[in-house]
Design a protein around this ligand. Structure first.
Ligand code: PGA
Length: 247
């Protein structure tokens, strides 16, 4: 299976014109590389226009989603709307959303509704600086997985990707040592087996995110044996295809 490379544009860029320019560059370069399965998670407002120019060459995703299908929920975007745009993936539980108030219960509702509407979920988990200092990171990751995935049935495990993203590494330029990522990779696999049974770990992909660039990206795949990467800042630059080139 090719590595899964997910770009997370966050709240960028600030115009559709720029979004089209970045997207077209990614489309052209990654098409040449053919080394990875690429998903670009864009702000909702760019979904339809980018879908029209992607010609199904690049998968699109969103960075969050609401947990109801429709109704009186001002300002929300539902999984059905996202699915209708042709988009197949939703990042859920990103630490920047957790900081704004998404707790495990909300994340769990978002995951279950997305799956029932036919989307694939990229669930982000990660410890903050304090949890790392006090060596509590395994408890933190275990709870985020257990609570976030509560009530998800075994048959839907294949629709989930776990992104391990240490919070202290996101957007900071602080790299998580490859050995630590490998240990967490194994821990997440074991947890998935505990939650969903023996064969479940083979069905879920585990990827890494946090200050990934063209210098460290390939190590997380080749040495820490991650099955892909979640890339923030570099997904808006030419660095994105450089990362793919080296994996
Ligand atoms: P970063 O972001 O690559 O800019 O650290 C990763 C993420 O937020 O998913």
């Amino acid at each position: 299976m090719k590595p899964l490379i997910v770009g997370n544009w966050k709240c960028n860029p600030s115009s559709l014109k720029e979004a089209v320019k970045i997207f077209n560059r990614i489309k052209k370069e990654t098409n040449l590389l053919k080394k990875a399965e690429v998903i670009i998670c864009v702000p909702f407002i760019y979904l339809w226009p980018l879908k029209n120019i992607s010609k199904n060459k690049i998968n699109l995703g969103v960075q969050d989603i609401f947990f109801e299908e429709k109704g009186p929920f001002t300002g929300q975007i539902s999984p059905l709307m996202v699915k209708d745009s042709g988009c197949k993936y939703a990042i859920i539980g990103h630490s920047e959303k957790r900081k704004l108030g998404d707790d495990d219960d909300t994340i769990n509702k978002k995951i279950k509704k997305s799956i029932s509407c036919g989307l694939r979920v990229i669930l982000c988990v990660g410890e903050d600086q304090d949890a790392r200092k006090t060596k509590n990171m395994f408890e933190v990751i275990f709870d985020q997985l257990k609570n976030g995935l509560a009530g998800v049935s075994k048959k839907h495990v294949k629709n989930i990707t776990i992104a391990y993203e240490p919070v202290w590494s996101i957007g900071t330029g602080k790299f998580c040592p490859v050995d630590d990522v490998m240990v967490m990779n194994i821990f997440i696999k074991k947890t998935i087996i505990k939650l969903f049974g023996k064969n479940s770990a083979q069905k879920i992909r585990i990827i890494y995110g946090g200050s990934v660039n063209s210098e460290n990206g390939s190590d997380y795949i080749k040495k820490a044996l991650m099955q892909g990467l979640l890339i923030g800042a570099e997904s808006l630059t030419g660095g994105f295809s450089q990362i793919i080139k080296k994996i």
